[in-house]
Design a protein around this ligand. Structure first.
Ligand code: CTP
Ligand code: CA
Length: 223
């Protein structure tokens, strides 16, 4: 019994994870997107499932599929769809981890027909998408809420502001400073900052190992 508990420390826990990019439609054949592969979110989901958690992985467009049948994938395309899916499940989970690279802006109107190249200049008016993580933070009860932050300046200060603004328990600050870290890479250099602003810089390591570090924080929370 004790053995099972130590091997599956998240047995009975339900975790919501967001992953991947979002695509914001411009017209029927075009979108605004980003280079997120979804790997970080899928690595977190696989690691959580291997520790015994049941996982709902709300994922934007990606070629990854989960390795573990305890991971239920909810496929979405846009930020609005990701927002809706997350709010459908948030009440039922113990932990939520927002690893998705959600578009901050989307076209204000989506053209119903393919836009033709008639004029020499062309611009698209954008409007803000809803902030999924902020919204979850504003309605959270007992949920342990983890976000990511990507910053290129005043990293620690900006990450601390995000913890407060989004009512997070922990933030995973991604450093682009480092050669091996970021989008399309197999490695990440992260710094953990908790809600008491305790700062813990981690070594440059594989995304799988970063996922393990994040799940260690989750396990520690329930000890
Ligand atoms: N996030 C989200 N919904 C959005 C935008 C961001 O859930 N519409 C989440 C991301 O998944 C991440 C965290 O918020 O966990 C921080 O994302 P980031 O892009 O670093 O910060 P923003 O709040 O979008 O602010 P900015 O891009 O201006 O730094
Ligand atoms: Ca953003």
């Amino acid at each position: 019994e004790a053995d099972l508990e130590s091997k599956l420390p998240l047995k009975g826990k339900k975790i919501l994870i967001t992953a991947g990019p979002t695509y914001e439609a411009i017209d029927p054949v075009r979108f605004i997107g980003n280079h997120s592969s979804g790997k970080m979110g899928f690595d977190i989901a696989n690691e959580a499932a291997s520790l015994g958690a049941s996982v709902i992985l709300v994922s934007g467009p990606t070629h990854f599929r989960p390795k573990n049948s305890a991971v239920e994938v909810v496929d979405v395309v846009s930020a609005q769809e990701m927002y809706d899916a997350c709010h459908l499940y948030f009440d039922t989970v113990d932990v939520a981890i927002a690893a998705a690279a959600v578009a901050d802006y989307r076209p204000k109107v989506v053209a119903l027909q393919k836009i033709k190249k008639v004029s020499s200049e062309f611009s698209i008016e954008l409007e803000k998408t809803k902030d999924i993580l902020s919204s979850l933070g504003s309605i959270k009860k007992e949920q342990f809420l983890i976000g990511f932050a990507l910053e290129t300046e005043n990293e620690i200060e900006n990450a601390k502001l995000k913890i407060q603004k989004k009512n997070l328990d922990l933030i995973v600050l991604n450093s682009l400073q480092d050669e091996g870290a970021g989008f399309k890479k197999a490695t990440n250099k992260v710094t953990f900052i908790d809600k008491d602003f305790k700062i813990e810089p981690m070594e440059l390591k594989s995304k799988e190992s970063v996922a393990t570090d994040i799940l260690n924080k989750v396990v520690a929370h329930f000890l």
